[in-house]
Design a protein around this ligand. Structure first.
Ligand SMILES: Nc1ncnc2c1ncn2[C@@H]1O[C@H](COP(=O)(O)OP(=O)(O)OP(=O)(O)O)[C@@H](O)[C@H]1O
Ligand SMILES: [Mg+2]
Length: 274
């Protein structure tokens, strides 16, 4: 559904992506992983047309995205950037409502359909109880879920999310990832997310893309590509990969960086309780 051909992108002097070819399948949950500064956000922003490539093409269903009208792109691609700026004094309901802008025009103002989309997005992202709160008074995790709600309110066939689980506690991370999985399974959405947690990536991704230094090192089903060699190659980290006892997906366990960490969980207490 989304592809890049010989994509070159970067900032000023710095070339980040150098002739990148990538195909992201439709109706799948793709997770992009890779070390800090390897170009994940640059890739996502270029695919979302927030950054203009220097050369090469981004294709949306086979059509060059730079030739599509902006409004059409916004109706088809929902984007959650890595660190969105919170506008001051705007309430949660208002911000989520901004997700409906691509569906509006001078002849088509706010409708019951828009209100319903906002209500449903707030419910799915579990922020309905925060509807009247100014966004700048929320906690980091609450804010993150408001951004997710805004992206959902756009009701696009594809969602591009840059680290959607940042700031969330583990239970909320699982909730958001379950939601994205559900959108894929029940509504046939195409989901592309950047995640740092390799084990969550392995559990949720249909398609995993591992990047290093602006290039794709491996892409495919997590069970086929996520190995200790890949983790060493991409992150320079020694680890063992075992089947997850709960899902069977590959589970990455970092090797002990120092022998003194061995057995810390079972070491006897050295001081008597008071
Ligand atoms: N606006 C910018 N201007 C100049 N350089 C930038 C800009 N944004 C990113 N870069 C640089 O481009 C490179 C790739 O950055 P990018 O944000 O794509 O990395 P990333 O893989 O998303 O990293 P992280 O995991 O830390 O979010 C980095 O070297 C970064 O410093
Ligand atoms: Mg990033």
């Amino acid at each position: 559904m989304l592809s890049t051909r010989e994509l070159v992108a970067g900032y000023d002097e710095r070339t980040v992506l150098d002739r990148l070819d990538l195909d992201l399948p439709a109706n799948a949950f793709t997770v992009i992983v890779g070390p800090n500064a390897c170009g994940k956000s640059t890739l996502l922003r270029t695919m979302a047309r927030l950054l203009t490539p220097r050369a090469g093409t981004v294709l949306l269903d086979g059509a060059a995205i730079r030739e599509l009208p902006t409004r059409e792109v916004a109706r088809r691609l929902g984007v959650l950037p890595q660190s969105p700026l919170v506008p001051e004094g705007v309430t949660v309901a208002d911000l989520v409502g901004r997700g409906r802008q691509p569906h509006q025009s001078w002849w088509r103002q706010w409708s019951t359909q828009d209100a319903e989309a906002v209500r449903e997005a707030m419910r799915l992202a579990a922020v309905d109880e925060l509807a009247d709160r100014p966004v700048d008074t929320l906690s980091g995790g609450q804010r993150q879920r408001v951004w997710i709600a805004m992206t959902l309110a756009q009701q696009t066939e594809a969602l591009l999310l840059d680290e959607p689980t940042t700031f969330l506690d583990l239970a909320h991370q699982v909730e958001v990832l379950d939601l994205l999985h559900q959108l894929r399974v029940e509504r046939g959405r195409t989901v592309v997310a950047v995640l740092h947690d390799l084990n969550q990536a392995a559990r949720y991704a249909d398609h995993l893309v591992a990047m290093r230094a602006g290039a794709v090192v491996a892409a495919g089903a997590p069970r086929e590509i996520l190995t200790a060699e890949l983790v060493r190659d991409v992150f320079g980290l020694d680890c063992v990969v075992v089947p997850c006892p709960v899902s069977g997906a590959p589970l990455v366990v970092p090797a002990l960086s120092t022998p003194s960490l061995a057995g810390t969980a079972t070491a006897p207490a050295t001081t008597a309780p008071a």
